[in-house]
Design a protein around this ligand. Structure first.
Ligand SMILES: C[S@@+](CC[C@H](N)C(=O)[O-])C[C@H]1O[C@@H](n2cnc3c(N)ncnc32)[C@H](O)[C@@H]1O
Length: 248
């Protein structure tokens, strides 16, 4: 018997939730981990260690400015556990100063399981934080599948040949709440679930924040599972799931 309950958001690190999760238990993962936003850079300037410390306290249980090797090792552990427990993984990472080197290492480390890469085009670029840096209009979604890594063919897909492109144009979510600065647009989750899952499937988000993945999954008659380390986000997401309303 599995020790894990579904249709629940666990208030703990995803590595704890994953420990309880049997092999191949999850149908699809959709997630956006912290980007290691490197709080050392504020308004285009490096700031002092003291300011970093003060800013970091706004997160209760994790630092968003890990040394790059630690940040990489953390992702390596999470992705290995996701590959053990899940059939397909959509892993959205933004390339920022704090994540860049880890991001490229992840691609090398998991080159066998990296099935494809989707480009999420947010339609409008964010201005660069300093000179000689590109404005950023896109984010990348790495798709991992531990089986059949050579082929680009998905094990499960609901779209017809020739109808789905690898660039998804979806604008940023309009700020509906002040709870979180980096929420998924509901449309992005809807798009992935529609094309790569069925009703009754189990959808997991290991970094669930305000609960967007579970919220859309529930509306689309999928089961959900989430982990969130921060108490306030956890409580917000749990309440949001209880009061879930219409889509978009
Ligand atoms: C980029 S946000 C996700 C936002 C989410 N997609 C949404 O729509 O609200 C990343 C979240 O991961 C959480 N987090 C950080 N480390 C974690 C860990 N080890 N396990 C679970 N959650 C974690 C943070 O508190 C944060 O809310």
């Amino acid at each position: 018997m599995s020790k894990i309950k579904i249709n629940k958001i666990y208030k703990e690190s995803c590595l704890e939730t994953l420990k309880k999760t049997p092999d191949d238990f999850i149908d699809i993962v959709i997630t956006s981990p912290p980007y290691n936003m490197n709080l050392r850079i504020r308004n285009g300037q490096y700031c002092s260690r003291q300011i970093v410390k003060e800013l970091t306290t706004k997160y209760q249980n994790f630092a968003d400015n890990l040394p790059i090797d630690e940040y990489f090792e953390f992702h390596k552990s999470v992705i290995n556990e996701l590959l053990r427990t899940s059939k397909i993984i959509f892993y959205n990472i933004q390339i920022v100063t704090g994540s860049k080197r880890a991001f490229f290492r992840i691609m090398g480390e998991f080159y066998k399981e990296l099935k494809d890469i989707y480009i999420w085009d947010k339609k409008v670029a964010e201005p660069a934080i300093r000179d000689k840096v590109l404005n950023r209009r896109t984010e990348l979604i790495l798709v991992f599948d531990r089986e059949d890594g050579i082929s680009r063919r998905f094990r499960k897909a609901n779209f017809n040949r020739g109808t789905l492109e690898d660039i998804w144009q979806i604008g940023r979510e309009k700020k509906k709440n002040k709870e979180h600065g980096a929420v998924f647009p509901q449309e992005l989750v809807h798009h992935i679930l529609k094309n790569f899952s069925d009703e009754g499937d189990l959808v997991y988000d290991p970094f669930i924040g305000t609960g967007t993945t579970a919220y859309v999954a529930k509306l689309m008659k999928r089961n959900y599972l989430g982990s969130e380390i921060d108490k306030d986000y956890h409580d917000f997401a749990t309440k949001r799931l209880k009061n879930s309303g219409g889509l978009f």
